[in-house]
Design a protein around this ligand. Structure first.
Ligand code: ADP
Ligand code: MG
Length: 391
């Protein structure tokens, strides 16, 4: 096969070992018109738990299916361990796959289902017996080997699917919303289980979900998808704490987006802004882009980084005079279990969210005034909306 240009190039042997999968400029269209995935460059590191996170229709499944071999790219190349694989049939890629729907063979027992990939690979009988036993123990289903899928709960069926994806010791396992059909409690149990298996086997996992909490708790890295492209790929910490733009900031966790204008770029990392909501504030730029006075920007502060008091007189002395605060009215108070969420209507009508510890929430009531404030380092400028001069 003509491998084309090996994307590893003349890179070091270490870099070669570190990266298991490479997508190079991969695009996919189903109808010859719209791109489900566009110009995708993606490296999957050996042993990592990488999650593709994004809304429905953003291209996550298409990416996974091209890696598994059930769809082929319209353009570009895919590499596994330095070998080009995008023209190989699925069974020759050595990749394990788990789908949302269990896709077990209903007429086979649990053990037969798990044995299936080994039978296809013509493994010897005794090896099949041992490996099936081990793979079932891994997902705590050794006692269910003789049952049929219909005699299992949804969670158990998904464990069988997981066991079947792992039994032939693939270097990489792909999971497409594997817990999507399960109730919340079971989903959390299996999230922990999948993490444990990942650590125990040191297998590389590419996991698809549209659930940001699932992505944040399970992943080593998250790729945030938008319209067939990756907006940001980073550790959960970075994605949450340092979102690259307002799309990532609002898709992963909640954010209060505050539009405004840069008034002074100052000397240090802080810039002065005039928020449309009616207050001067200090903000830090999250990207590397140079900011200029007059630019319209979108800034954001996380609801859990906001504090609140009932009136300006109650502001702590440590708050710089007249800065980094907004006034409004409490529109709604919701109990979230560990904390309260206050929906605030700012004086200009904009909605604003605050999350407060239980001990502090009792000071507020719906319809009463509220002052929200934050540390200047918690207001981040996410993007420049326009060059300015139009304000
Ligand atoms: P996700 O998994 O993020 O929800 P998909 O990869 O399934 O997204 O879909 C990406 C885009 O490709 C969507 O616009 C979807 O409608 C389209 N698409 C997916 N599969 C097919 C298919 N088999 N035929 C035609 N269009 C498809
Ligand atoms: Mg999908």
């Amino acid at each position: 096969m003509d491998d084309g240009l090996n994307p590893y190039g003349n890179g070091s042997a270490a870099a070669k070992q570190d990266i298991l999968v490479q997508f190079r400029n991969v695009s996919k269209t189903y109808d010859g018109n719209d791109l489900a995935v566009r110009n995708l460059d993606l490296d999957v590191r050996k042993g990592e738990f990488l999650t593709l996170l994004g809304p429905s229709g953003s291209g996550k499944t298409t990416t996974l299916m091209m890696l598994a071999g059930f769809e082929s790219p319209s353009d570009g190349s895919i590499w596994l361990s330095g070998n080009r694989i995008d023209t190989l049939p699925p069974h020759r890629r050595g990749i394990g796959v788990v789908f949302q729907q269990y896709a077990l063979f209903p007429h086979m027992t649990v053990a037969e289902n798990v044995a299936y990939p080994l039978l296809c690979r013509k493994a010897p009988k005794h090896e099949i017996r041992d490996k099936v036993q081990n793979a079932l123990e891994l997902v705590q289903l050794a006692d269910f080997a003789k049952r049929k899928p219909s005699q299992l709960s949804g969670g158990q069926q998904q464990r069988v699917a997981l066991s079947r994806a792992l039994v032939f010791e693939p270097s990489i396992v792909l999971m497409d919303e594997p817990l999507g059909a399960l109730d919340r409690k079971l989903r959390e149990t299996l999230q922990i289980e999948i993490r444990r298996i990942h650590q125990e086997l040191k297998v590389t996992i590419v996991y698809v979900t549209h659930d940001q909490n699932e992505a944040l708790t399970m992943s080593d890295r998250i790729a945030v998808y938008r319209n067939g492209e990756i907006s940001q790929i980073d550790t959960p910490d970075e994605i949450y704490g340092n979102p690259r733009d307002s799309y990532v900031a609002t898709f992963v966790g909640e954010s209060n987006l505050l539009p405004g204008v840069v008034t002074d770029t100052g000397g240090d990392h802080t810039v002065q802004v005039a928020l449309d909501a009616g207050a001067p504030a200090e903000a830090v730029a999250s990207g590397g882009a140079a900011l200029l006075a007059g630019q319209r920007i979108a800034a954001s502060v996380r609801p859990e980084n906001v504090r609140a008091c009932a009136s300006l007189d109650d502001l702590p002395d440590t708050c710089p005079a007249g800065l980094n605060r907004l006034e409004g009215t409490v529109a709604d108070i919701m109990f979230l279990g560990e904390q309260y969420r206050l929906n605030v209507s700012l004086s200009d009508g904009q909605a604003f969210i605050v999350k407060l510890p239980i001990s502090e929430a009792s000071r507020f009531a719906v319809g009463h005034p509220i002052v929200v404030y934050w540390d200047r380092s918690d207001l981040r400028i996410l993007e420049v909306v326009s060059a300015g001069g139009d304000t």
